[in-house]
Design a protein around this ligand. Structure first.
Ligand code: PGA
Length: 248
């Protein structure tokens, strides 16, 4: 089965009610993009309105995090079931900002991925090394550990986002060779863990993907799309990135 690419927008803590205008532009521009799945992950406050607006269009709406439990005394948290109820069909889990600012461990990320699937959502599991880990030659080891600890026991409704932490929001990106090496390494790990179904899992690249470098980065073998932060806040830029997959 050929993997259908996925380009996902991670809006992080950006966006107010008026931002629906940006979503409308994305919806309008997405009509010509039939060879790629498009996902917009706004802050939780906007999910219901975005999902209503995107209904019947090719744009899917996702969350940026979820709690592992379905409900309970967890002040301020949002469950995967709540995201689903609001109209989301996917959720990002284990983003490096969650791992760093909230101390999310691989085990916690795995529990969230399981919760996402329980609720019927696609789980986009984020992994990636820090600058210090790369400089110390530990990239593969770190990524292997994160994969081992963060993934559910089967591959159903799971995508991976390889996001080197030092490339997020910095304008820095790995070389094409470095990306190829890591995506091939991740693919090999997925195949050894999930056998044949590991071949169908999408491995997105994330970290400073922009219209100017998207063709280069997304053209690398085993790169099945992108998780886009900063550049996804502007419809034109997000569409230009996804436009890499425009059918000629
Ligand atoms: P960036 O963020 O595109 O702004 O580097 C990517 C991400 O954090 O998912």
């Amino acid at each position: 089965m050929a993997r259908r690419p996925l380009v996902a927008a991670n809006w992080k803590m950006n966006g107010l009610k008026g931002s629906i205008a940006e979503l409308e532009k994305i919806i309008a521009g997405a009509r010509s993009l039939t060879a790629v799945d498009l996902l917009v992950c706004p802050p939780a406050t906007l999910i219901a309105a975005f999902a209503a607006k995107a209904q019947g269009t090719p744009i899917a709406i996702g969350g940026q995090d979820c709690h592992a439990e379905a409900a309970g005394a967890y002040t301020g948290d949002i469950s995967a079931e709540m995201l689903r109820d609001a109209g989301a069909t996917a959720v990002i889990v284990g983003h490096s900002e969650r791992r760093r600012y909230y101390g999310e461990s691989d085990g916690a990320v795995r529990a969230k991925a399981l919760a996402a699937r329980r609720a019927g959502l696609l789980a986009i599991v984020c992994i990636g090394e820090t600058r210090a880990e790369r400089d110390a030659g530990r990239t593969s080891e770190v990524v292997r550990t994160q994969l081992n600890g963060s993934l559910p026991d089967d591959s159903e409704r799971v995508a991976i986002a390889y996001e080197p932490v030092w490339a997020i929001g910095t304008g820095l990106t790995p070389t094409r060779d470095d990306i190829a090496e890591m995506h091939a390494f991740i693919r090999e790990r997925l195949l050894s863990r999930f056998a044949k179904t590991g071949r169908d899992m999408r491995i997105l690249y994330g970290g400073s993907v922009k219209p100017g470098n998207a063709r280069d980065l997304l053209g690398v073998d085993d790169v099945d799309g992108a998780l886009v932060g900063g550049a996804s806040l502007k419809a034109e830029q997000f569409l230009a990135i996804a436009g890499v997959y425009r059918t000629p």
